[in-house]
Write a protein that binds this ligand. Sequence first.
Ligand SMILES: NC(=O)c1ccc[n+]([C@@H]2O[C@H](COP(=O)([O-])OP(=O)(O)OC[C@H]3O[C@@H](n4cnc5c(N)ncnc54)[C@H](O)[C@@H]3O)[C@@H](O)[C@H]2O)c1
Length: 327
Amino acid sequence: MQIGVLGAGRIGQTHIINLAELPGVTEVLVYEPDANAARRVQEVATVCSSAEEVFTRSDGVVVATPTSHHPEDVRAVADAGLPCFSEKPISLNLADTEATIAYAAAAGIELQVGFHRRFDPGFLKMRRAVESGDLGELYLIRAACHDYEPPHESYLPTAGSIFCDMHIHDFDAIAWLSGRTPIDVVARGSVLVDEMFARYEDVDTSAAIMTLEGGALAMLTGTRQNGVGYDHRTEVIGSRDALSAGLGPQMPLRSADPGVLQPVDPYPSFPVRFHQAYAAEMAAFVDLVAGEGPNQCPGSAAEDALRVALAADLSLARGSAVRIDEV
Ligand SMILES: NC(=O)c1ccc[n+]([C@@H]2O[C@H](COP(=O)([O-])OP(=O)(O)OC[C@H]3O[C@@H](n4cnc5c(N)ncnc54)[C@H](O)[C@@H]3O)[C@@H](O)[C@H]2O)c1
């Protein structure tokens, strides 16, 4: 099977390497206009001179271009009649997200969205514990998302706010883990890492609390820089059990207590922390292209998570809680 990839930047490279390692994939075809970025993947992929060339030679296409390109790219893949994987978010605009999902559906193609936490072994175990009742009554979900280094400034003009770009993964994961609809969100944020975030009307340090259907609470924290490493943990706390994904020797958090072991090789980046999840996510897309697996993260997930992210943006601007159905 031949899989195309548009964009070989930070996440595109990760997907290309993972695709090239899958036994069912005979060739990865890449269109990347930046010659340096293209060169970095030429040992594992065939570099094409246009997106059209990728489409004619591929059985399915991964869109890993900047966020502002996604609607146009997903539509082009749909026009080619090919199954599509789109990085998150599909768009920063709800109407455009809905229209893009509808366009893909009208073209009759599968559209999988890049919420990789759904493929992480720890997250899968937590979801099973909630679903089966082994966790007991779900009280609380806590998610920490702390980058080691902030993204390059060139990423910011098209990326969207910290809630739409970074925490959108947590908004999807919280709903998916709990199986519950978010009711409202209250968000706070500051610029403490780098003034460049203020230039894009964004914050770099964030916190939010959500109420989920039935009353369970979810809380998330974020920073665009963390001195020890890339820290992503999510915890589910229930009446019978409490589980965490991301808690282990590589977790970039140092204990202040005497005699406690310190982190060993703390995670430096998201591709390292979520290596297994990204690989499993690409394997699931390849199965979907082959008609051998379900779509484990359909377009509607992008729409639902974006709605919560936009409510968080609104809450930050207003300084008060916002109901999700207001967005
Ligand atoms: N799922 C995740 O964990 C995750 C992580 C990082 C980024 N992302 C998402 O992936 C997308 C890309 O982010 P990134 O960090 O890799 O950005 P990036 O800037 O590192 O890479 C984007 C690449 O796309 C290329 N490009 C631009 N226009 C193109 C076009 N028309 N056709 C093909 N390639 C084109 C650029 O040259 C660049 O190399 C964003 O939407 C972002 O939100 C997801």
